[in-house]
Design a protein around this ligand. Structure first.
Ligand SMILES: [Zn+2]
Length: 467
């Protein structure tokens, strides 16, 4: 990042410098105080009390982007997600925290939008504090469900009196709405026994980036999970290391591992860990697993050793988040693609689910080699005379290879783009029948950029069949 600051010092037009840096940034504004910060003796006595202490803290993040249409200065578009106690103070440090990445950008006091997940104290208690900062023609734009709106109004009747400074927008779960350059979708969340009606989590998209603000939920009923696939950053709220659904109303760290894998997240931040139930488990001498509420560092050590043992190191990262942490997208991940550069005869794609596959056109011999790998198996298939279907550019047929002993499988491979990209990714349907059985048969789901690359690969490498 030091290079970025150097550039901006020599380039007078700030917009030129900005083109070289990230246009998206997430700051963690709070993660709840660690239970371990309480004295040991106090812990057992105060366990029950602490359980009710959610108000003394917060879980919150800011999702920021640079507004491209500004001339003299780089204005930041700021979406704040949740605003428990301490968030307003934390935000005062935000501009300084992001200065190493966006040195010229100015952050205004009032976010462009405040999204509320649910009305628990540790997610809304600083609303009146922020409201006090609103002056002049500014308005506090609050987005939440109708139920959540009513709960907030009951709790903070003073907001009713300052109507002119506040604008509530009721959101519908599963319906997307635009916020500046962002597209936001709320997903209905079940937050356990004390779940306030209308609780949601948020999916925030910008271009082909996806951030999931997923805290304080136990399950996500009635949602097609495809909406969660392949996030650039998955922020998950976990209360305990092992599952304690009744006591916590939230997923555990071990369940977070599964979601990271299932949704193919490249990076996960854990927030909201308190470990109160881990501490309770310490009373059972036979219990295997964490037996105290861990500090962030101890939890991180546990997470790292789990990822080491499970072989997930390098596939994704899980970080125990802390206030002030800044996330920027991993630029090495292919999120842009130049249509003018030829792909060549080999293409390798990491699918949204378990597969990695490689397609190789062997031009001289007129053969096609397809290698598909998942966590357990590796399929290497070869075919003869691959051709594009004469009526469908996105469909490839190839004949069986005549081996020494038996005929190999045949192939059809079709790229199917769904009607609604928001809800469903593109699928590469691979069917490799061999007699009555299949050597391989599955629909491999891929992201938009890879779908475009694959389409171009088909066009470059395969001639349409004559009949
Ligand atoms: Zn909650």
């Amino acid at each position: 990042m030091s290079l970025v600051s150097k550039n901006t010092a020599t380039v007078p037009d700030s917009k030129i410098a900005m083109q070289n840096v990230n246009q998206l940034l997430v700051r963690i504004n709070g993660t709840l105080p660690e239970l371990s910060t309480l004295g040991d003796e106090e812990k057992s006595e105060r366990a029950a009390e602490v359980k009710k202490m959610e108000f003394a803290g917060n879980t919150s993040c800011s999702v920021l982007t640079i507004n491209p249409s500004t001339d003299s200065k780089n204005e930041i578009f700021h979406v704040l997600v949740d605003i428990g106690e301490g968030v307003v103070t934390s935000l005062e440090k935000c501009e300084a925290d992001i200065a190493s990445i966006w040195p010229l950008a100015k952050l205004s006091d009032i976010p462009n939008a405040v999204l509320i997940t649910h009305s628990h104290d540790d997610h809304i208690n600083d609303l009146p504090v922020l409201l006090n900062k609103v002056n002049g023609s500014d308005k506090l734009n609050i987005y939440c469900t109708e139920e959540c709106h009513n709960q907030i109004m009951n709790k903070f009747p003073q907001i009713v009196g300052s109507r002119s400074a506040v604008s509530f927008k009721a959101i519908q779960p599963s319906e997307s709405f635009e916020l500046g350059q962002f597209s936001v979708t709320a997903v209905l969340a079940d937050h356990g026994e004390n779940s306030p009606p209308g609780s949601v989590i948020y999916i925030i998209r910008i271009q082909d980036r996806k951030i999931i603000c997923g805290w304080d939920f136990l399950s996500l009923p009635n949602v097609d999970e495809k909406i969660f696939w392949s996030p650039d950053l998955l922020i998950l709220g976990t209360q305990s290391y092992n599952p304690h659904p009744e006591e916590t109303g939230m997923i555990s760290v071990t369940e977070a591992y599964q979601l990271v894998r299932r949704w193919n997240a490249k990076e996960c931040y854990l927030v909201h860990y308190r470990g109160l139930m881990d501490f309770e488990e310490g009373k059972n001498q036979w219990f295997r697993g964490p037996v105290k509420s861990m500090t962030s560092a101890e939890l991180q050590t546990n997470v790292d050793s789990h990822l080491g043992i499970s072989g997930d190191n390098g596939r994704f990262r899980i970080t125990v988040a802390q206030e002030g942490m800044i996330w920027t997208p991993d630029e090495t991940r292919s999120h842009s693609y130049d249509e003018n550069i030829p792909i060549g005869n080999i293409i390798e794609i990491e699918a949204l689910q378990q597969y990695i596959f490689k397609i190789e056109k062997e031009t001289i011999e007129d053969k096609l080699k397809v290698t598909i790998e998942d966590r357990i198996d590796r399929y290497t298939l070869r075919f003869d005379r691959p051709r594009r279907d004469k009526n469908n550019n996105q469909l490839i047929h190839a004949a069986a290879e005549k081996g020494m002993l038996a005929k190999g499988p045949e192939l059809t491979m079709e790229l199917v783009t769904p009607e609604s990209k928001e809800k469903e990714p593109t699928a590469l349907k691979i069917r490799a029948p061999k007699g009555k059985k299949y050597a391989f048969r599955d629909d491999i789901l891929i992201n938009d950029i890879d779908a475009r690359r694959l389409k171009k690969y088909f066009q470059e490498n395969f001639a349409p069949s004559a009949n």
